[in-house]
Design a protein. Structure first.
Length: 138
């Protein structure tokens, strides 16, 4: 019975949205009130019936299979993410404690060594762009 309430709520909600859209479009085009109400009623009924049938068919043919196929992989992914998070936390805790023979600033100095391919930017090597001071567009 809960599924029937879901189908009804989904169809009524989307039908109301379609009806309001049709009403707003009619009001913006300054159509007669009878035309606006007729279009609103037609869009409400047609959308409601189509959404109800669509939800019914989705539940009947695809929803259970889709949920069954995705639950196991999602649980597996959650376990992998949890394990990866624990490994990162352990690595961060290990990296936060410097070893006795290393100096705390050694990692920052190691990035500037010439053998690792890192070269800091020099102000002379940067290209500067100068705009024109003319009033018109070029």
């Amino acid at each position: 019975m809960v599924v029937d309430k879901y189908k009804l709520a989904a169809s009524l909600g989307l039908a109301a949205l379609a009806g309001l859209t049709a009403m707003a479009a009619g009001l913006m085009s300054e159509a007669r009130a009878s035309v606006i109400l007729g279009r609103t009623l037609c869009s409400f009924l047609i959308t409601g019936v189509l959404v109800y049938i669509g939800v019914f068919l989705f539940e009947r043919f695809g929803c259970r299979d889709l949920m069954g196929e995705t639950e196991a992989p999602m649980a597996e992914l959650a376990a992998q993410e949890k394990a990866a998070g624990e490994e990162l936390a352990e690595a961060a805790a290990g990296a936060a404690e410097p070893a006795g023979d290393e100096q705390p600033g050694a990692a920052a100095d190691g990035a500037a060594e010439p053998g690792n391919g890192f070269e800091p930017l020099q102000a002379d090597s940067l290209r500067r762009v100068v705009g024109s001071n003319e009033g018109g567009q070029g």
